[in-house]
Design a protein around this ligand. Structure first.
Ligand SMILES: Cc1cc2nc3c(=O)[nH]c(=O)nc-3n(C[C@H](O)[C@H](O)[C@H](O)COP(=O)(O)OP(=O)(O)OC[C@H]3O[C@@H](n4cnc5c(N)ncnc54)[C@H](O)[C@@H]3O)c2cc1C
Length: 443
């Protein structure tokens, strides 16, 4: 218990005798029940370096926890050293250069609160309780994606501690190949302790679009969404969500954000079409602050959840694919959250070669999360079988790895186009495979 000065100057080393060990090893997905060898609760770069030395000296692998929200619980593993960064959450703004320096343990809300004081924002995710780290290293899809791109697109530099405990600064001039990789496949090469991210102006008040449609209108709605998406302005982004479970009939919820000037023309030509995709059951669209929008779904997320999830990118949502999806979802015993995110605008204009997030011309992302309280093993199998069935319709067989179960095939499929480049980087920066997040890179 207490400080172990050899490895921790400011933070805490928590082993399995510590009263908080079981609390601290938890991650958001309550199915994940892993027993790390030791947890280093770091408060400084020196603490992180100490944790890495400890892992090396004891022949242990390392996992890193930003917010601990990865749905597959990738930040904790049996017998590995868990580097917990949650106390390294400082956020500083340089208003002149419009760069935010963000501690790797920060949550989205902690960043939004500071940046909004300046009328600025980093494009982050759509609930505010999750970690910025995992989000930024794997992509980061939020309401500002059309206007400003992904979270990873706004990263201009990171401080990273390698598996040898070396502190390096990574940007387009220093370690440029690693800079490419940490923006999309960044969980594999070391511990990022600090991000430097571009800031963008965001209105204090935005339009929060929130419409409920009847499920029977799904096909018609998807057709209209595709037409709308093709000419959509960058200022808007939205997704469709539906929930199956509790014997209730699902409904469709269209949620989106418009960050731009509001006038009669905009309301008529840009907003109204989304409110009339079919006859709405309810329309709760309203003006609210950007921070309120970011927090709108936090209460749904909760502290933990038992979940198995998959995701796949699509170029188009064919009738056949949607029919298959509906049949599968309607016939399962599991409660499901299904989300279809549409993509257009800046996130798709960035070259596929610029960062390791290479999926730049997919138009949709489908995310399916099954609640697994009833039977985890069966849920896992159901989710994975559905993944296999949907794979032929998908775009490049790629999944959004930030929102997917950890499975060899899913990872291999998703990294297919860049695998050789990632393996070369892994050999250069983590040849011992200490950071085993995507361990398939070195198999
Ligand atoms: C309820 C919920 C809502 C979500 N909403 C969105 C959304 O709107 N948009 C979106 O794009 N995604 C969303 N996600 C997915 C989200 O991107 C991932 O969960 C992401 O991993 C969260 O980051 P984290 O820091 O909490 O992850 P963690 O679980 O802490 O880490 C995830 C992975 O990154 C590694 N890692 C974390 N920090 C570091 C670091 N500093 N250095 C090196 N490796 C590190 C970990 O080892 C692990 O492999 C959501 C997830 C949940 C559960």
């Amino acid at each position: 218990m207490g400080h172990d000065l050899k490895y921790q100057k400011n933070g805490q080393k928590i082993n399995n005798k510590h009263p908080l060990y079981h609390f601290k090893r938890q991650v958001w997905n309550s199915n994940v029940d892993q027993y790390p060898a030791v947890i280093f609760e770091c408060k400084s770069v020196d603490d992180v370096i100490g944790a890495i030395h400890y892992a090396n000296e004891n022949g242990l692998k390392i996992t890193v926890r930003g917010g601990g929200f990865h749905p597959a619980g990738k930040s904790v593993k049996d017998n590995a050293v868990l580097v917990d960064l949650s106390h390294m959450n400082d956020v500083h703004i340089d208003e002149i250069s419009r760069i935010a320096t963000i501690g790797a343990g920060a949550k989205i809300s902690e960043v939004d609160e500071v940046t909004q004081e300046y009328g600025l924002a980093v494009p982050l995710g759509m609930v505010s309780c999750i970690g910025v780290s995992g989000l930024a290293l794997g992509g980061g899809i939020g309401y500002l994606r059309g206007k400003y791109g992904l979270t990873s697109d706004s990263v201009v530099g990171v401080h990273l501690i390698t598996g040898q405990g070396e502190h390096i600064y990574v940007n387009k001039f220093h370690h440029p190949e690693l800079f490419w990789a940490i923006r999309g496949a960044g969980q594999n090469f070391g511990v990022v302790t600090k991000f430097e991210m571009k800031l963008y102006p965001v209105a204090q008040h935005i339009l929060a679009i929130d419409v409920i449609y009847d499920y029977k209108d799904l096909q018609q709605i998807l057709e209209k969404v595709e037409k709308y998406r093709q000419t959509a302005v960058d200022d808007i982004s939205f997704h469709l969500a539906f929930f199956y479970g509790d014997n209730a009939k699902p409904y469709i919820r269209l949620v989106g954000m418009y960050d731009g000037e509001l006038n009669l023309k905009v309301e008529k030509e840009i907003i109204q079409p989304l409110l009339e995709l079919a006859i709405p059951i309810a329309d709760n669209t309203e003006i609210m602050t950007y921070i309120e929008m970011q927090k709108k779904f936090d209460s749904w997320v909760g502290d933990s959840f038992a979940v198995e999830g998959i995701s796949l990118f699509f170029h188009e949502l064919t009738n056949e694919m949607i029919q298959l999806l509906i049949e599968e979802c309607e016939s399962t015993e599991f409660s499901l959250h299904v989300t279809i995110l549409e993509f257009h605008g800046k996130m798709n204009r960035i070259s596929e070669y610029e960062t390791a997030f290479t999926i730049r011309d997919a138009n949709y992302l489908l995310i399916i999360d099954a609640e697994t309280r009833k039977n985890q093993e069966a849920a896992n199998k159901w989710v994975y079988d559905l993944y296999e069935k949907l794979l032929p319709y998908s775009y490049k067989q790629a999944s959004y790895l930030n929102s997917s179960q950890e499975n060899e095939e899913v990872i291999r499929n998703s990294y297919k186009c860049i695998l050789a480049r990632l393996v070369a980087l892994k050999m250069a920066y983590d040849p011992e495979n200490l950071f085993c997040s995507e361990r398939k890179l070195l198999d």
